[in-house]
Write a protein that binds this ligand. Structure first.
Ligand code: AHR
Length: 518
């Protein structure tokens, strides 16, 4: 039942009665049963460009204020964001990474070439201890990705032992020698990354066998229980999912999916100079995430109707041309209001599929692709929050809330590939601490939308809200103008007309509105 209701986005009914509303959002509170796992708000930090070095980590000797080497401003911003899970060390880097290079005295750690990302020299000063300690400080779950492509079974097995064994085992002793007495808690562990590409160019049958072999030796030590995640499909490759479900099945707790909103990998386009047509094309790709997840879900449902195996969209987001003047291969890009709209729409999609999608990790945390934060890694040491950051911050109440199915009646916009884009993307949930959160995204560049919210059995007593928008869709924040795109109080709420369980609000063009309903 739930699926039928939430998957029906109806075209606008010609006449909506005597009111001049453009969209109707109907909520079905009594059908809400699935939790939006907070891990859907996951992040990803790879040894790529300045994500780690200069973004998260500056080292204790830096003039930039830091807490034991972690950038203080970035750390504090992330703490406010309530990051639930952080994926590391890659990405493609993971299958080139040998964890023993990143432990022990820093002066003795080898410097190596980062072959995936611009040939930058990696000095390994940020390794296992630095990552897992950061997760503890942030209060988030670590998600470590192991090396299948160029590593060995023994190497991976010993890494698990090093991180999680509290016994008198050789790797636990080595960890203690390196200054960490107690084992860390490590729940999520990925068995390679993009095994079909940079993770070894394998076929799914071969990878499945390797997965079975590697995981045989990944032991649960002490009180730690691993949640093992198979390297899943790229975008629409449902055959990959099919083969892994068939050959690995319950041997995995999760299977990943990677999807970037790129229409043409040879012409990705500018992050800040784009036409209206390009904007709608990006939203067409973004709307396709819904279809894509449904396709993989259909395959998974055949093998696992009880939905025990999770789908983890552990890489997603926009990917534009690198910023002019930045280091090639570092994937440094600006992020505009367009990226924020994409982020909000995508989170709404994940909520809708929350019975199967239990983790997602936007790519990436700092200074890479669709990031939360940009830092000036040289001169001033400034930091700026991107519009994406504000989406994740405004959506915080969705973490671990109960998703309430919604049906949206609105105009359908189209991109040049004739892909449908709902003018209003909506999601609502019952918060853990009581009350409700409702997110509404107006995807139109030009048209405000009079929206009627039909809340079913919910009779709102108090409404408040915030809006994220800007004069232009390509507005962004930089070090000289850090507050061009930032949330403001949603004043239209004052004019909201409330009648019993119905509320009417005007959602401005190209905006994201999050309402708090009591
Ligand atoms: O996020 C950037 C890269 O994109 C990752 O390293 C890789 O997994 C994907 O192809």
């Amino acid at each position: 039942m739930r699926k039928e209701i939430i998957s029906t986005t109806l075209a606008l009914i010609a006449s909506l009665g005597s009111f001049a509303q453009d969209a109707i959002i109907s909520v079905y509170p009594e059908q809400g049963k699935y939790k939006i796992d907070k891990e859907i708000y996951g992040q990803f930090a790879e040894h790529l460009g300045t994500c780690i070095y200069g973004g998260l980590w500056v080292g204790t000797e830096s003039g930039i204020p830091n807490i034991n080497g972690y950038r203080k401003d970035v750390f504090e911003a992330l703490k406010r964001l309530q990051v639930p899970v952080l994926r590391w060390p890659g990405g493609c880097f993971a299958d080139d990474y040998h964890w023993t290079d990143g432990i022990g005295p820093k002066s003795q750690r080898p410097s190596l070439r980062n072959n995936n990302w611009g040939g930058t020299i990696e000095d390994n000063s940020f390794g296992t201890h630095e990552f897992l300690n950061l997760c503890e400080m942030l209060g988030c779950e670590p998600y470590v990705t192991g090396n299948v492509g160029s590593g060995t079974v023994k190497e991976m097995a010993q890494w698990i032992e090093y991180m999680t064994s509290d016994g008198d085992t050789p790797m636990a002793k080595l960890r203690r020698q390196n200054g960490r007495e107690k084992a860390w808690h490590v729940k999520y562990f990925g068995i390679g990354n993009e095994a079909w590409g940079c993770g070894g160019n394998m076929r799914p049958e071969y990878y499945s066998d390797l997965y079975r072999r590697y995981t045989t030796y990944l032991r649960d030590y002490s009180n730690n229980t691993l949640f093992k995640i198979a390297s899943g499909a790229s975008a629409g490759d449902v055959n990959w999912t099919q083969v892994l479900m068939d050959r690995i099945g319950n041997g995995m707790q999760g299977i990943s999916l990677h999807y970037y909103y790129v229409r043409d990998w040879n012409h990705k386009g500018s992050a800040t100079r784009f036409s209206d047509e390009e904007y709608y094309q990006t939203l067409g790709s973004c709307a396709y995430m819904d279809t894509l997840i449904s396709k993989h879900e259909a395959v998974m449902d055949k093998f696992d109707p009880q939905k025990k195996i999770a789908l983890m969209v552990d890489e997603w987001g926009t990917w534009w041309d690198e910023e002019p003047g930045s280091v090639p291969g570092h994937l440094y890009q600006q992020n505009s209001l367009r990226d924020a709209i994409v982020a909000a729409m995508t989170l709404n999609t994940f909520h809708k599929h929350t019975d199967r999608v239990r983790m997602a990790n936007i790519a990436q945390l700092v200074n890479v692709l669709q990031s939360m934060i940009l830092t000036d890694t040289k001169g001033t040491g400034h930091m700026v929050l991107t519009p994406n950051y504000y989406v994740f911050e405004m959506y915080k109440d969705f973490q671990d809330a109960i998703n309430l199915p919604v049906q949206t009646q609105c105009t359908m916009l189209h991109d040049t590939d004739n892909r449908q884009i709902p003018q209003i993307s909506a999601s609502m949930a019952r918060k853990q601490q009581g009350g409700y959160v409702l997110a509404l995204v107006n995807t139109s560049l030009s048209k405000d939308v009079e929206t009627e919210l039909r809340l079913g059995s919910i009779a709102p007593k108090q409404l408040s809200g915030r809006i994220l928008t800007a004069p232009r869709i390509n507005d962004f924040n930089d070090f000289s103008h850090p507050e061009t795109v930032k949330p403001a109080e949603f004043r239209n709420i004052r004019n909201a007309k409330t009648k019993k369980n119905t509320v009417r609000v005007k959602i401005p063009a190209k905006s994201i509105v999050v309402l708090d309903i009591k």
